[in-house]
Design a protein around this ligand. Structure first.
Ligand SMILES: Cc1cc2nc3c(=O)[nH]c(=O)nc-3n(C[C@H](O)[C@H](O)[C@H](O)COP(=O)(O)OP(=O)(O)OC[C@H]3O[C@@H](n4cnc5c(N)ncnc54)[C@H](O)[C@@H]3O)c2cc1C
Length: 302
């Protein structure tokens, strides 16, 4: 109750705060405004043994020229990653490069990115947005997968449909996906609401991926879930080339990242950057008030 009021207060006041104050809060989760800044962070992380994925902040682009510009920006990043020999791939949101304009524009932009990823020997992950476009994102992914090897997507453990989606996809051979809990507020008719139940489903889906030999990015900061993932990995004797752990840049992990590396487990850090950081931070806070609580807890911990 008190937590909820606290979160609500932060959400109400944040849009009225000066940008520099919002940056004080959001800045630890965002690598900066430019690709150069983001890739400098990638370099530092690579030097410590971590892989990375970068994401230009923004979503719901509604002009064709803007979507084309963002696509070009991503293509330049692929070139830079290759030139600087970084261990880093790219995550994109469909609504950032054309989802809200037309399927044709979205597919054209994705094709450009996937060809560039192929040329630079890299990989592209299609992030999963809210449930209004889950069907579309999955069919987009299926189309891409028919044409390209170096593409993956994301599944959300809070959606009831995910088990069936994974089963269906696995009928056409192995694939590569990120498993996360899901960040958007979704109705109870389609999404599990209770944390414990979401966690149970997460582990059920993780077991499914391990048993089928599907490559999975285990994307969570939940230390209890990480413990259970370790137990599963050891119980099923899962090979280290079949999974990686993924975290968001800046989220405190109580020594777990170092522990993963010691165990020879791959860790990938998701690094958002871009000029849209302010609008993005406010939208995320409004969408999911719990984030306000995490950030505050983290500030106080520091
Ligand atoms: C690499 C990566 C990619 C993702 N991609 C997607 C995607 O494509 N689609 C999608 O819907 N969701 C995505 N998510 C978000 C995910 O679905 C969850 O909403 C988010 O990770 C919080 O869930 P959790 O598993 O960390 O567990 P929680 O139970 O929510 O959190 C566990 C603990 O982690 C800490 N924590 C969690 N999140 C934060 C944060 N933002 N800031 C500070 N502390 C935090 C808190 O201390 C919390 O108590 C992604 C997450 C990661 C790590």
């Amino acid at each position: 109750m008190i937590n909820n009021l606290f979160n609500q207060l932060i959400i109400t006041i944040t849009p009225f705060l000066p940008r520099w104050i919002v940056w004080k809060i959001a800045g630890r989760y965002v690598a900066g405004e430019t690709g150069a800044k983001a890739l400098a962070v990638v370099r530092q992380l690579n030097d410590k043994g971590y892989s990375a994925t970068v994401d230009i902040l923004g979503e719901h682009t509604n002009s064709k020229s803007e979507a084309a510009e963002i696509t070009r920006e991503y293509m330049n990043i692929y070139d830079e990653i290759s030139k600087q020999k970084l261990d880093c791939n790219i995550s994109i949101k469909p609504s950032h490069i054309g989802q809200d304009i037309s399927n044709e524009i979205l597919q054209t932009n994705l094709d450009k990115l996937l060809l560039k990823a192929e040329e630079t020997n890299n990989f592209l992950r299609i992030d999963m947005e809210n449930s209004t476009i889950t069907d579309n994102t999955i069919s987009l992914y299926k189309n891409c997968r028919r044409k390209y090897k170096h593409v993956g997507t994301v599944f959300q453990a809070y959606l009831y449909r995910t088990q069936a989606d994974l089963e269906q996809l696995s009928q056409n051979g192995s694939f590569n996906f990120r498993l996360c809990k899901g960040i958007y507020k979704e109705p109870a008719a389609i999404a599990i609401q209770r944390r414990r139940k979401i966690n149970n489903n997460f582990l059920k889906l993780l077991r499914f991926a391990f048993e089928k030999g599907i490559y999975v990015g285990i994307a969570t900061h939940d230390l209890g879930l990480l413990k259970s993932a370790y137990t599963l990995i050891s119980e099923l004797n899962v090979s280290t080339d079949k999974f990686e752990f993924q975290v968001l840049y800046g989220v405190p992990m109580s020594g777990w990242l170092e522990k993963h590396l010691k165990n020879n487990f791959k860790v990938r850090v998701y690094i958002p950057f871009g000029v849209d950081w302010h609008a993005y931070s406010i939208r995320r806070l409004k969408e999911n008030p719990n984030i306000a609580g995490y950030i505050l807890k983290d500030l106080f911990r520091r």
